[in-house]
Ligand binder design. Structure first.
Ligand code: GLA
Length: 463
């Protein structure tokens, strides 16, 4: 009796369960798949990837050279694939492609996924592609350099990094290898090896070289921190360093950040650094004077001297202080430009804040270098993957700043430099310096060297 009852109950449960499954199938519309960044990008193709959609039996893959899919790469117009990835082959090197997918089963086809863009790696002799940043920037009525922060170890000829750098960027800044603690090993003793490699790379490939940075409180070599001489002797050491470095690179480096981050974040005061303590309030001007004198003595009358700092668009007391330093330098004709680091995020600064900051610089006749641009999308650590919403917000923010920059008068343009190539090599994720609490995706390429929507945003900013 008990067994009979149990069997009946199991039967009823089975019946109910199969009914609800059927209901699911008929009521369910196929979800839109999420396309992922490609893998195995090479000269002739890549592996397109996407996420599983329940009830899908296959996926329809489109590949195109236009973002709106007005044409298709032959054989990739709704190509049916049963797997969650597909090797797309037979493509051209150094070319931008886009892909998207739809999910499909016997009865229906979903909407289109997000669009993923990817640039195949390229060998030499790649024709100039209008979707390469510098190619588009060079065609502007008033062109400017598109810069990239580099490390010497990344500059291996023929690597994907090297190919993208040469294709897309017209200026480089050393991410850290041209700072004082890297070059100066003891009083009057220099290690030029890595810095020379970066400068030679730029010079031999027709890429502009921006020097970053002669004096910065976070890159003081240990011997100088420990320096036990008088203040006057300390000052002589800094003068010697600036003079020797500017002389060494005269004619090879187009511009220098002479002083980086001299203004405090609170109240617009001078930052209380070893330079302020040992050399006095006039130290910024002294450094600019020594840089100018060294360049002239070496026959370089066109070296551009920049003051570089961050968060001036949102921190108004800081902005005011930076411009008062600029005024002081201007009276002695010692400054040519202002570096706006722009370690921004997808919400801040606003367009209006940046515009006001830029306007002040143009009114003073300065060149503007957006010197370290990256745009965080996870500054509050509220996402664990790079969401579509943040991808689009970041794209808009890149577009906005490029538009603002491109609208500057010709005389005020210099370079717009991105602080790193791939998201996974950026200094932002988990940065202790920034107190960044989590992962982030702040740049123009993902960890596979695939261009992101932010890259498209940059291009659109140039329209
Ligand atoms: C500052 C400096 C840069 C670099 C970044 C972190 O912005 O100016 O040189 O060190 O911090 O990458």
């Amino acid at each position: 009796m008990k067994i009979k009852f149990l069997l009946m109950l199991t039967g009823i449960l089975f019946f109910l369960n199969s009914c609800s499954k059927d209901d699911n199938i008929t009521a369910n519309t196929l979800e839109i798949p999420v396309a992922n960044a490609p893998k195995d990008v090479n000269d002739a193709g890549f592996r397109a990837k996407w996420m599983y959609v329940s009830h899908a039996k296959s996926y329809l893959l489109d590949v195109s050279t236009s973002e709106n899919f007005s044409t298709f790469v032959p054989n990739y117009n709704a190509k049916e694939v049963t797997d969650l990835n597909e090797v797309v082959a037979g493509l051209n090197g150094g070319t931008q492609y886009y892909y998207r997918v739809r999910a499909k089963n016997e009865t229906e086809t979903s909407g289109y996924s997000n669009v993923i863009s990817v640039v195949t790696t390229g060998s030499s002799n790649i024709p100039e592609d209008p979707t390469f940043l510098k190619v588009k920037a060079n065609k502007l009525a008033n062109p400017f350099f598109v810069g990239m922060a580099v490390k010497a170890s990344q500059l291996t000829t023929g690597s994907p990094y090297d190919v993208i750098l040469k294709n897309e960027f017209s200026s480089i800044s050393a991410e850290y290898e041209m700072k004082m603690d890297q070059i100066s090993t003891a009083s009057g003793v220099y290690n030029w090896t890595t810095a020379d490699k970066i400068v030679a790379y730029g010079n031999s490939n027709g890429i502009n070289v921006h020097g970053h940075a002669l004096v910065w409180h976070n890159s003081v070599p240990q011997w100088l921190k420990d320096f036990s001489g008088t203040d006057a002797e300390f000052k002589a050491e800094v003068k010697k360093y600036i003079t020797d470095v500017v002389t060494h690179y005269a004619g090879k480096v187009k511009s220098w950040d002479v002083v980086n981050e001299a203004v405090d974040d609170n109240g617009g005061a001078m930052r209380n650094t070893i330079f302020l303590q040992r050399m006095g309030a006039n130290y910024v001007k002294d450094c600019f004077q020594w840089a100018r004198d060294a360049a002239k003595a070496a026959g370089d009358n066109s070296l551009l001297l920049f003051y570089n700092d961050y968060a001036t668009s949102t921190n108004i007391p800081k902005q005011d202080k930076v411009f008062s330093i600029v005024d002081d330098l201007k009276t002695s004709n010692l400054i040519d430009g202002l570096g706006f680091q722009m370690h921004n995020n997808y919400l801040s600064p606003t367009k209006a804040q940046i515009q006001t900051d830029f306007n002040k610089a143009t009114a003073k006749g300065l060149k503007i270098h957006v010197s370290e641009l990256d745009i965080q999308v996870n500054q509050s650590n509220d996402i664990s993957t790079f969401t579509n919403e943040r991808r689009l917000a970041q794209k808009e923010k890149y577009k906005e700043i490029v538009q603002l920059y491109n609208a500057l008068p010709a005389a005020n343009k210099y370079a717009l430099t991105i602080w790193g190539m791939k998201d996974n090599e950026s200094w932002i994720p988990f940065s202790t310096e920034l107190n960044h609490p989590g992962n982030d995706w702040p740049l123009l390429y993902d960890s596979n060297f695939a261009v992101k929507s932010s890259h498209t945003g940059f291009l659109e900013g140039l329209d």
